[in-house]
Each structure stands twice: as structure tokens, then as C-alpha cells.
Design a protein around this ligand. Structure first.
Ligand code: AMP
Ligand code: MG
Length: 505
């Protein structure tokens, strides 16, 4: 077999003793490539030609480990649905190593579904074709929407069946991440009272994600503040595209601020803060509208883990941590409003307008909620309204007059902004505003029924056509054209009402 053309570094294994175990992926009996992300491979400065061939398939199946690599399984803990699990870890994942990308950033390359590890507990260490291709679709869609995310580099079918409720074809996903350090990674050592290792991990994390804080006094609190900032921004972006993660356990919340672990996630169709699709979230803990509050709760778990690093005096440490946790709602609100303003076609952001603009956005959402209007289409059609044509927006409401009062208020706000900016003419201002809005609110999102359709064809019939076509549409989310119209259509309401997602286990 050809040598694997990939040089990996292993800073996590090298710098952090006791945070992982050396582990080898299990070989797949008859690997077959289903997906290879050439643009991402280029971004990572990899040998695209070699990796898109046989050597790549062997690597991405776990059948060949690059020379000099020291693959590991990482350990972590986590609060799952509010209950603490002191011992989790990579139960079906192996971190092959790290590369430095074109922008000079260190990125992890890991396999998921590559067999049992010492952290598998009762699990089989395997993954199925459907959920791994799902991770490709949603991750690439998020990336195209400008939302920080781990990304899929490849998916290989193993040729081995995986037993779930039914027998499914097995697969291995190659995942690229800014790092796999989670809130739960800190929790693992904090729960054991191992402050030395919490400190070691914090220093490593700062060097990797916030290098400007290296050696600075107060850097550990600084790290907490940075994570708060990244997560506030991330969740605001989720909320502004209607993304429901579905399983925001602390082991699924990264320190880097990337979205990770696309299990039972889904996009909201008709706007509803209570929307839940995950079959295991019977209490609605991770419902769409709960996500900002859960992020703050998770952040408090990180703060608890870091507490001894903030100050020798426990009360003082606690008050510093609380200071950050208390600011989270305001941070989140700032990021949310920033995104909403862009979606409303507004550019001015004087503090004096904050309350009025937030109310304008809230009332718009209340209107969509009351009318059970499709979230994505409503924003898209609002751009048509900005260009001067209300018809398509109105047609989304059962009562076409329902948005009237709100539209009048919004138009007034737009006019005020244009007057302030001494616009060159009404028609130009309208066209420019509409064009701007169409660059921030997508036409195509991964509609649940389209995702299922693509995955069923791939998994049941080995037909990757629907998957490839959907992926292509998702990579250009802001283009409206005849070719992608079917991907922009909402699912029939009865399909959405019965739609359930499952953890990719
Ligand atoms: P998740 O809900 O996918 O984030 O996974 C939670 C924990 O369960 C992690 O420690 C995973 O590694 C582990 N896990 C999930 N699925 C499996 C599986 N099929 N085999 C072994 N471990 C698993
Ligand atoms: Mg996870």
C-alpha cells in the first residue's frame, strides 16, 4: 500500500500527559470512499491528489496510520441532560494528530466511528453511514453560513454492518476541529480535584486558542471571558439561522467556539422557541429557545472547574467567576441584535437605538410565531419587501394583513436610517438594502425532509446522487435559483410535526 501522505503533529499527546491514551483505529474490512472534502483539504495544505485516491481511503478508514503519528483517545467528562458523568471520553473517536492550516492555525484531524476505545463504556465504537453523512451536510451548511464549526474532511463506508434498531451500513467520519477541548475536558480533572492538570490544560488551551493571553496575569479568568464571548457569538448565530443543536451537554460545548457533534440537530421550520426534534430530549431541555440559557449554564460549569485558578481565596475566585457568568446574557443579547440588525437590513447601531431595534426584532419573531410562519422564508421574503414587493412575504401568512403594522414600523426605521446616511436615492437605497439582507439570511438551509431523503438514498440504496446535489445547494445558501428551489421549500407541516432526530450512535 502507498505511504500515507500526511505529516501530523501531536502537541496534545506531547504536552499533556494523562489527558489521553495512545490508541489505534480499528481497520475496516472493505473501505469505500463516500465523500472527500477537497476544498477543506486544500485549506489544510494537504496533498489533495493523493488523499482523493486509495491512500486517502485507507487513511480515512483507519486502515493506515501516517508514519510518525501518535493517535490517541482523549478523556473527558460532562453533564449530560443536567446529570454529571465523571467518565466519558472518545468512545468511538481517535485523534490522529494536528496540522497547521494555510492561515497558520493548528487543526485537529480525528476519526469518528473507528472502533472501541478504553472510553467506549457499553458502546460498540462504531458509526453508521446516515449519521456521518448528516454531519457532512449540516457542518458544511453551517460553514457556508459563516458559523464556526468542526468540518468533515471525509467519510468512508467500512463495509461492516452496525447494529442499531436495525442493521445499518457502517462508516468512519474524518473530522477537523480547531481543537477537541470541551467544557467536559476541564470537568474531568476538576471533578477529581486534580488542580494541577486543570491548570496544565488551561495553559495549553490559552496557548492554542488565546495566545495573546499567554503569561498574562489574570489569564485564567481571561480564558473564561473569551469562551463566554465565543459562545455568546456562536449561539446568537445559531438562533439567527434557526439551528437547534439538540444535545448541548457540556461535553458537546467546545472551548474554541466551534459547533461540534451533529447528532440529533435540526433546523426550525415554522418559528417556535419551543421546537424540539431530538427523540431523547423528552423534557425539552435543549429546545430552540433554551439554547442561550443552556450555554450560560454550561459556562458556569466551566467556571466552576477553573475556580481554583482564579484566586487562592475561594470567595474572591467565586465573585470573579460570577462576574463573567452574569455578563453572559448581555453579551449574547449584543451578538443577537448585531445579527438581527443585519437581517433587518439595518446598518446603524447607535446605542440609543438598541432597545427599539431589539423590540422591532422581537415583535417580528412574535409575528412569525403567532402565524406559524417558516423562519427562513420569512427572512428571505423580508428582503423582497425591502426591495419594494410585499406580496411574497404576505403570502406566508394565513392573514395577509397580519404583518402590516410591523412592516410600517420597520419601514419607518429604514427611512430614518437612510435619511441619516444621506442616501443617493430611494430606489438605490431599497435595492442595496435588499441585496445586503440576501447576504445574511439564507435561501437554502438543510431542510429536515431533504436531509432525510438524501441520507435514506445513500444508506439504503447506496445512491449518493441526492446527497451530492443537496450538498451543492447547501454550499451556496444565499443563491436563489430554479435549480435549488426544491431545497428551499419547507417540509409539509405534518412531516415537521412528526419529525424526530436520533443521536448518531
Ligand atoms: P455524544 O452524545 O455523541 O456526544 O456521545 C457521548 C459519549 O458517548 C461520548 O463519550 C462518546 O464517545 C460516547 N459514544 C457515543 N456513541 C458511542 C458508540 N457507538 N460507542 C462508544 N461510545 C460512544
Ligand atoms: Mg459528544
Amino acid at each position: 500500500m502507498a505511504a500515507v501522505p500526511l505529516t501530523l503533529d501531536n502537541s496534545y499527546a506531547r504536552d499533556l500527559e494523562g489527558f489521553s491514551v495512545p490508541w489505534r483505529p480499528e481497520a475496516a474490512p472493505s473501505p469505500k470512499s463516500l465523500f472527500f472534502n477537497a476544498p477543506l483539504a486544500e485549506e489544510l495544505c494537504l496533498d489533495v491528489a493523493a488523499l482523493s485516491g486509495e491512500a486517502g481511503t485507507a487513511l480515512f478508514a483507519g486502515n493506515a496510520v501516517p508514519e510518525g503519528a501518535e493517535p490517541i483517545a482523549q478523556v473527558y467528562a460532562g453533564h449530560q441532560f443536567g446529570g454529571f458523568s465523571p467518565q466519558l471520553g472518545d468512545g468511538r473517536a481517535v485523534l490522529l494528530g494536528e496540522v497547521i492550516d494555510r492561515a497558520g492555525q493548528r487543526r485537529d484531524i480525528a476519526l469518528k466511528g473507528s472502533g472501541r476505545t478504553p472510553y467506549s463504556r457499553g458502546g460498540d465504537g462504531k458509526a453508521a453511514v446516515g449519521p456521518m453523512l448528516r454531519e457532512v451536510l449540516i457542518g458544511e451548511a453551517m460553514h457556508a453560513l459563516g458559523i464556526p464549526t468542526t468540518r468533515a474532511l471525509a467519510v468512508v463506508a467500512t463495509g461492516q454492518p452496525v447494529l442499531r434498531e436495525t442493521v445499518l451500513p457502517g462508516a468512519v467520519l474524518t473530522r477537523v476541529a480547531a481543537s477537541h477541548i470541551r467544557v467536559g475536558t476541564f470537568q474531568f480533572f476538576a471533578a477529581r480535584g486534580d488542580t494541577a492538570r486543570v491548570r496544565q490544560l488551561a495553559e495549553y488551551t490559552i496557548a492554542r486558542h488565546d495566545p495573546d493571553l499567554v503569561g498574562a496575569p489574570g489569564r485564567f479568568l481571561g480564558l473564561l471571558e473569551r469562551v463566554a464571548e465565543r459562545q455568546a457569538k456562536l449561539i446568537a448565530q445559531w438562533m439567527n439561522v434557526g439551528f437547534i443543536h439538540g444535545v448541548m451537554n457540556t461535553d458537546n460545548m467546545t472551548i474554541s467556539g466551534e459547533t461540534i457533534d451533529y447528532g440529533p440537530c435540526a433546523f426550525v421550520e415554522a418559528y417556535d422557541p419551543k421546537a424540539v426534534f431530538s427523540s431523547i430530549d423528552s423534557q425539552g431541555r435543549y429546545a430552540f429557545g433554551n439554547q442561550p440559557g443552556i450555554a450560560r449554564w454550561n459556562l458556569a460549569r466551566l467556571a466552576e472547574s477553573l475556580l481554583p485558578l482564579f484566586d487562592g481565596d475561594e470567595d474572591e475566585a467565586m465573585s470573579q467567576a460570577m462576574g463573567v457568568i452574569y455578563t453572559f446574557p448581555a453579551l449574547y443579547a449584543r451578538h443577537l441584535l448585531h445579527g438581527q440588525r443585519a437581517k433587518l437590513g439595518l446598518r446603524t447601531a447607535e446605542a440609543a437605538d438598541d432597545a427599539a431595534d431589539a423590540a422591532l426584532a422581537d415583535d417580528w419573531l412574535a409575528l412569525l410565531h403567532a402565524g406559524r410562519v417558516d423562519f427562513t422564508l420569512a427572512w428571505w421574503r423580508l428582503a423582497d419587501a425591502a426591495a419594494g414587493d410585499d406580496t411574497l412575504l404576505r403570502s406566508l401568512f394565513v392573514d395577509a394583513g397580519a404583518p402590516d403594522a410591523w412592516l410600517a414600523r420597520w419601514r419607518e426605521r429604514c427611512v430614518r436610517e437612510d435619511e441619516g446616511a444621506s442616501s443617493s436615492g430611494e430606489a438605490t437605497a431599497a435595492a442595496t438594502r435588499a441585496a445586503r439582507m440576501r447576504r445574511v439570511s439564507p435561501w437554502v438551509i438543510p431542510r429536515n425532509h431533504r436531509v432525510e431523503e438524501a441520507l435514506t438514498a445513500a444508506s439504503d440504496d447506496e445512491d449518493l446522487g441526492p446527497f451530492d446535489r443537496l450538498l451543492e445547494a447547501l454550499r451556496r445558501p444565499y443563491d436563489e435559483n430554479a435549480d435549488n428551489a426544491r431545497y428551499a421549500e419547507p417540509a409539509p407541516a405534518d412531516v415537521t410535526a412528526c419529525y424526530r432526530t436520533f443521536c448518531g450512535t
